[in-house]
Design a protein around this ligand. Structure first.
Ligand code: DX5
Ligand code: ZN
Length: 216
């Protein structure tokens, strides 16, 4: 059976003990640290910025999966490359010239991800899917942790999988928001490669075991 890669979202970490929580993820079966950057404009919430990403990077021993929920992300691509981002994901809805943005991310040596809000159709990626390394399907409206999962996500994963296969793309499918062990296996079966989980991991009694269980 296929297993998923897990990307615990540090948005739900204890920021007073950030080093401890980063080290817990490092030594777990997680594949990435998921880092949510919000600007209070693209989404209603502000999360954290460069100094905190730098602090995470300092202690991280696994790759950084950076999810930008910001307008005009082109302004910061180089800074995130310098901060050690392995995957840099921008929102479809925030990019007027998405093709250019993706090429710029890759030219800086990072993997390029595109995130889709719940209302954004997967087929809008048809003309760009071969250039994309990762599709991030939002299974909640971006901006906050701890929201409930949107059921239409399974159909979106299947549509993304079909598009990737048809266009011979090697893009991974990542799902973000409301992921728990109650839906993880169904998400993996639908075609998800990477599962992001924030509150479910960090609010559990044993985060390391929870990460292992989410893999499927
Ligand atoms: C939401 C963020 C998520 C968030 C997920 O806008 O993109 O990564 O941290 O949190 P949970 O798993 O609590 O829904
Ligand atoms: Zn995220």
């Amino acid at each position: 059976m296929k297993k998923a890669s897990i990307a615990p979202s540090l948005l739900a970490a204890d920021f007073g003990n950030l080093q401890r929580d980063v080290e817990m993820v490092n030594t777990s079966e997680a594949t990435y640290h998921h880092i949510d950057v919000m600007d209070g404009v693209f989404v209603p919430n502000i999360s954290y910025g460069m100094p905190v990403v730098k602090a995470i990077q300092k202690h991280a021993t696994i790759p950084l999966d950076v999810h930008l929920m910001i307008v005009d992300p082109d302004r910061y691509l180089e800074e995130f490359a310098n901060l050690g981002a392995h995957i840099l994901t921008v929102h479809y809805e925030a990019c007027t010239h998405l093709h250019r943005t993706i090429q710029a991310i890759k030219a800086l040596g990072m993997k390029a991800g595109v995130a889709l809000n719940p209302h954004t159709n997967v087929m809008l990626l048809e003309d760009i899917i071969q250039d994309v390394d990762l599709i991030l399907i939002m299974s909640v409206n971006p901006g906050f942790g701890g929201q409930s999962f949107i059921e239409n996500t399974y159909d979106k994963i299947k549509a993304a999988k079909e598009l990737i296969t048809r266009k011979n793309s090697s893009a991974l499918i990542e799902v973000d928001g409301g992921v728990t062990t109650g839906n993880s296996q169904k998400l993996i079966d639908a075609g998800a490669d990477v599962l992001v989980a924030g509150s479910f991991v960090f609010k559990s009694d044993d985060p390391t075991t929870t990460i292992k269980e989410l893999k499927g």
